[in-house]
Design a protein around this ligand. Structure first.
Ligand code: GDP
Ligand code: MG
Length: 456
């Protein structure tokens, strides 16, 4: 995500580093580049104008003139300004209201409302320990109701049934009644969208809103629609008292303009980012972390959270104990690590957050894929238990057998063994702290200590 903007800023940052002093002249050049970068990222024009104006005022001020490293002072200003534009701090859902807390989503058809309701249900269940009910008021497409039913089943949320032919307002009211009677903490209300903004859709959304008085009214918008996202946001903001925004399909959006514009245009905070189709692909929105990501400083905090959430604590603890006792990290442990990377949403989602990733050539990055991880797991799977515990006994003929058993080549087995050795060595260094320590090290080393499967 935000690859383009990030790349442009990288160039600007590198050039600035070489400057001893910032003068009106070279500031003007740099500002022109920043402006171009923002426009290319499809950031709305009024937002770009204000951004440049504020950065300029601060860049020409004392703070930078007196700084020993004006380039870095300038970057800090851009960083601060990015954070300001995106809304300063993370704004979570208001869950303190009297239960059931009602959360309604609205937005155009295909924006990702139903998917986001599924993701939110999972998020609230797993990370906030809430009892969640979901309901669909999309009576225009029977498939839409079934879609939510399936999602609810997947994430273990209560599904309040509805049918085409019923009135959307009546459905929402009945669901609220039931959620109250059965003491649900949260009721998530999915609504119908249209392909374009239209008066009927807005009227319906308003009627539902009036009937159930939600605590949170979230506008769901596809970040790939760029400038259009901003216009739709404006229209919905005028029709409904929005409390926040969910920006979806950020995983496929190289430009990122919507993330930088929506807040400015609606005054409403982005609360979540949709980062993929599956139900775990939802991230709370942190402007500061995203600003760092855009400027290529990585987002180690989110990475650590992602790891902490998905790592199996018992297994991690067992491994830490084992290493502490001076026992070697073996291939069985290696396999476990590979499986856990899979659980965390794969390598690409981790890579995105590591600092320094941008300096790694694209053709190298493209080799890092989750297929490679699957292949490595297959290789370890076709080893015998003794081989996994004592990798040293794996000789030529064993290698041939392992390769044949996993549908790979002997050189693949060799490569895996080599990576395993490196990992084993690394594990010796992290004897004490376990996974947490390891992740801290990731940050400090600028992404040089990479998980297995990243072969560079
Ligand atoms: P709705 O009409 O607003 O309810 O939209 P849906 O929830 O049915 O989503 C429309 C399509 O977008 C589906 O194919 C989803 O899988 C996809 N989608 C939703 N959110 C995301 C996301 O964050 N990333 C990606 N890549 N796809 C998404
Ligand atoms: Mg839908």
């Amino acid at each position: 995500m935000f690859e383009n903007l990030s790349e442009r800023f990288d160039g600007i940052v590198k050039r600035l580093r070489g400057q001893g002093r910032l003068t009106e002249d070279n500031i003007a050049d740099t500002l022109r580049e920043v402006r171009m970068a923002l426009l290319e990222a499809d950031v709305a024009l009024p937002v770009v104008r204000e951004f440049i104006k504020d950065v300029k005022a601060r860049a020409l001020g004392e703070e930078v003139a007196k700084s020993l490293t004006p380039g870095q002072a300038f970057i800090k200003i851009v960083h601060d300004e990015l954070i300001r534009v995106m809304g300063e701090a993370n704004d979570g859902l208001d869950l303190a209201a009297r239960p059931p807390v009602v959360v309604m989503v609205a937005g155009l058809q295909g924006a990702g409302k139903t998917t986001s309701v599924g993701k939110l249900a999972r998020f609230l269940k797993e990370r906030k320990q809430k009892k969640v009910m979901v309901v669909s008021c999309d009576v225009y497409r029977p498939a839409a109701i079934d879609q939510l039913r399936t999602l609810a089943g997947e994430v273990g949320a209560e599904f309040f049934p509805s049918e085409p032919g019923q009135q959307p307002v009546a459905i929402a009211q009945a669901a609220l009644e039931q959620a109250r009677r059965q003491f649900f903490d949260v009721l998530l209300v999915d609504t119908a969208g249209r392909l374009h903004i239209d008066a009927e859709m807005m009227a319906e959304a308003r009627a539902i809103h009036e009937a159930i008085a939600p605590t949170e009214t979230l506008f769901v918008v596809d970040s790939m629609t760029g400038q259009d996202a901003v216009n739709t946001a404006k229209a919905f903001d005028e029709a409904l008292p929005l409390t926040g925004v969910i920006l979806t399909k950020v995983d496929g959006d190289a430009r990122g303009g919507a993330a930088l514009s929506v807040r400015h245009v609606t005054g409403k905070p982005i609360k979540f980012l949709g980062m993929g189709e599956r139900s775990h692909a939802l991230e709370p929105f942190y402007p500061d972390r995203l600003a760092s990501r855009i400027l290529g400083m990585g987002d180690v905090l989110s990475l650590v959270e992602q790891v902490e959430r998905s790592v199996d604590r018992d297994k991690a603890e067992k491994l830490a104990q084992k290493l502490k006792k001076g026992k070697d990290f073996d291939l069985e442990d290696f396999r476990e690590q590979l499986l856990q990377i899979g659980n965390m949403g794969g390598l690409s989602s981790l890579m995105d957050k590591l600092p320094g990733m941008r300096d790694i050539p694209e053709q190298v990055k493209s080799q890092v894929n989750d297929k490679e991880i699957k292949r490595q797991i297959a290789i370890v799977n076709s080893m015998t238990p003794v081989e996994r515990r004592k990798p040293d006994i794996i000789n030529g003929s064993r290698k041939r057998r392992i390769a044949a058993g996993s549908g790979t080549q002997v050189q693949d087995v060799n490569r895996l063994l080599k990576q395993f050795k490196q990992m084993q060595k690394m594990m010796k260094q992290f004897k004490k702290g376990g996974m947490r320590q390891l992740m801290r090290q990731f940050g400090g080393m600028g992404g040089r200590a990479l998980p297995p499967g990243m072969k560079f």
